[in-house]
Design a protein around this ligand. Structure first.
Ligand SMILES: C[S@@+](CC[C@H](N)C(=O)[O-])C[C@H]1O[C@@H](n2cnc3c(N)ncnc32)[C@H](O)[C@@H]1O
Length: 189
């Protein structure tokens, strides 16, 4: 039997990031959480690159800091305790990738989840700032209350993006019975 590909959303996001992000790039993790995506990004940009990672929760940033300490990555990572809807306060123009992993911190307070209104504001800022050829990736979790609202807000928003300016791809899992998390990827042309 052929090797299983494990085609879940996260593996697809990781493959897209590996294809797009190059050593020396500026990249942004908009939801640092436990730091898995921050670490992936730091490895991709290498010692000449810059990773900016944001989260509203100090516990998340502490967890990200621990993960970075334990694993060699060699990148230049800045951690900011801030809401991603305010990301225009940072100088992020020219970023190659903005990464969102929506929802709440695994093992943390489920009420401190990403929200449709602030996610949409942040996404617009990212689309304004990402370089041509760069991407905004989102892992969307439609199976809980606020996640369902984000799912609908995002679905409506991306349908209206000009196809001459953006490619939009959304992965679907048609034979799954629950509301599977899915990746939504937007590339600026
Ligand atoms: C699913 S977790 C992220 C997982 C993370 N990417 C990882 O690799 O472990 C979502 C994170 O988003 C954070 N968050 C929620 N609302 C936010 C906001 N408005 N701005 C920034 N971070 C936010 C939460 O605190 C939580 O840590």
């Amino acid at each position: 039997m052929a090797e299983r590909l494990y085609l879940n959303g996260q593996t697809v996001v990781d493959r897209v990031l590996s294809a797009v992000v190059k050593p020396g790039d500026l990249v942004v993790d908009c939801t640092a959480g436990n730091g898995h995506d921050t670490l992936t990004l730091a490895r991709l940009v290498g010692p000449r690159g810059r990773v900016v990672a944001l989260d509203i929760q100090p516990e998340a940033l502490a967890s990200t800091r621990e993960r970075l300490k334990e694993q060699p990555y060699g990148g230049n990572v800045e951690l900011h305790q801030m809401d991603h809807q305010d990301l225009e306060e940072l100088d992020l123009s020219g970023a190659r990738a903005f990464v969102f992993n929506l929802g709440y911190l695994p093992g943390g307070d489920k009420l401190r989840t990403t929200r449709a209104d602030t996610t949409m504001r942040a996404l617009q800022s990212c689309l304004d700032r990402v370089v041509s050829g760069g991407v905004v990736t989102l892992m969307v979790y439609p199976g809980h209350g606020e996640g369902t609202r984000e799912h609908w807000a995002l679905s409506t928003f991306v349908k209206e993006l000009d196809q001459n300016q953006f490619d939009v791809v959304r992965m679907d899992f048609p034979n799954r019975k629950n509301h599977s998390p899915y990746p939504l990827i937007i590339q600026k042309l």
